[in-house]
Write a protein of this length. Structure first.
Lengths: 368, 74
């Protein structure tokens, strides 16, 4: 029985993937604290490496058409082991949703409304996300184009206003850090913004033309990658050495806009962009969690679980870290390893297993 | 605060359960109840001042302190 009846077009998938990656763009401090002024370089290497991991997702989606990642694991490893993997994936999506909601909460409490308790913000934010999830995947992704356009307009606008503040000597000295830092930076960039689109393997079965999976993923990655690169270059050129000390580089960059004391205090632009993009990102993760739960337990509908999962996300994002510093430590040291388990290890094992089954048994796993 | 919390949970239950019963989705109702009651217990503990251990910190403990699969801050 089909859980999700909505159909999405390839264009919507492209813009959703782009929008999803842009959601992480604004919280680039994890990688900037590691590689400082050379971050633009690790963004490029991370982009190339994540093309490889996305190749795995595309191959999986091609071998198992009309299946979400949870159904794929059950088809490849059998019911029992498949369900263990699926529950781990649900935990992964849930933890990402919790962490991203917490990022929003930290941002609003830390910079805009310091007196407000974080739970009030989280309840409002997650409630809006649950509203989006309840309206179905078609409605959710059809906003992605608008969000991508809004964020591009905001980025270009800020770029133009900041041209006077930019100093391209800030990129020097280049390549002086120890080599391990570049490895770490590449890993962070590949794992945190780019390969998180493993969650779109939950949405691919809704694509009306299954042949367009590959180009949708790559085009979406390109949209997100260009944004990330542009934002990082802008921030480094504007902030210089200060960039590795601030928690939200883009926010500090936007604060510097001051044209004749008239056009100033543009932080609100950044705040709008962050909330819009994080809203989209959390709704996709939220949707994946709810759909995953429904598929693991073979349920006929996922709608009744939306509010309950929303409460789980709120509760998780309250307990997740005690302070933003712990969050930053997690982001730059442990999170890339944690994410890689789900982005590279499990899909890689699944791909190899299904290839072996395909070669030795001659059975096409996807059609069994 | 606890009163507010309980009323939120009652609202969620009243919002979701009648539809499940009307369609005779008994299996779904069982899964819903397990999920609902466990999260209700956890949130109730959280609101009465008991510190719930963070699952992410658990993952961090496994990866960082047991397996040493993390990067160092130099």
């Amino acid at each position: 029985m089909e859980l999700e009846k909505g159909k999405i077009s390839a264009t919507h998938l492209i813009f959703s993937i782009g929008c999803f990656i842009q959601g992480s763009t604004l919280l680039s401090a994890f990688v900037i604290s590691v590689t400082k002024q050379d971050t633009w370089f690790v963004v490029l290497t991370g982009f190339i490496i994540s093309m490889g991991t996305i190749g795995i997702y595309i191959a999986l989606a091609k071998m198992h058409p009309h299946k979400t990642i949870i159904q794929m694991f059950e088809a490849i490893f059998g019911t029992f082991i498949g369900k263990i993997f699926s529950i781990l994936y649900i935990f992964y999506f849930l933890s990402l949703a919790g962490l991203n909601s917490r990022d929003v909460g930290n941002f609003v409490v830390g910079y805009i409304m310091p007196e407000t308790p974080i739970i009030a913000l989280l309840i409002m934010f997650v409630f809006i996300c649950s509203w989006a999830v309840r309206s179905g995947i078609e409605t959710m992704v059809s906003y992605s184009f608008l969000f991508v356009v809004i964020s591009y307009i905001v980025i270009i606008f800020i770029f133009l206003l900041l041209i006077g503040e930019m100093n391209f000597n800030n990129f020097f000295p280049a390549f002086t850090l120890p080599a391990i830092k570049y490895v770490q930076g590449t890993h962070i960039v590949a794992a945190i913004p780019f390969s998180e689109i493993v969650v779109f393997l939950m949405i691919v079965p809704c694509l009306d033309n299954q042949k367009k999976v590959a180009e949708s993923f790559l085009a979406g990655l390109l949209i997100g990658g260009i944004t990330l690169l542009a934002v990082i270059i802008r921030d480094i050129a504007t902030l210089g050495n200060m960039i590795s000390f601030v928690t939200l580089p883009s926010y500090e960059t936007v604060k510097l806009i001051d044209i004749a004391h008239i056009i100033t205090r543009m932080e609100v632009l950044y705040a709008i962009e962050l909330l819009v993009l994080q809203f989209f990102k959390v709704s996709i993760l939220y949707y994946a969690t709810v759909l995953g739960i429904a598929q693991v337990f073979n349920l006929r509908s996922y709608k009744p679980y939306i509010l309950t999962v929303g409460i789980i996300i709120i509760s998780l994002s309250i307990v997740v870290f005690d302070s933003p510093m712990e969050n930053a430590f997690w982001g730059s040291t442990v999170a890339p390893v944690y994410s890689s388990i789900f982005q590279l290890l499990f899909p890689g094992v699944a791909l190899i297993t299904s290839l072996i089954r395909y070669i030795f048994k001659g059975i096409k796993v996807g059609q069994s | 605060m606890i009163f507010l919390l309980i009323s939120v949970f009652i609202f969620v239950a009243l919002y979701d359960i009648p539809d499940l019963i009307r369609k005779k989705y008994w299996r779904e109702l069982v899964v819903f109840s397990i999920l609902f009651l466990s999260i209700f217990g956890i949130v109730l503990l959280q609101f009465s001042g008991i510190t719930i251990p963070s699952p992410i910190k658990g993952v961090q403990y496994i990866l960082k302190d047991l397996l040493h699969l993390n990067y160092q801050i130099l």
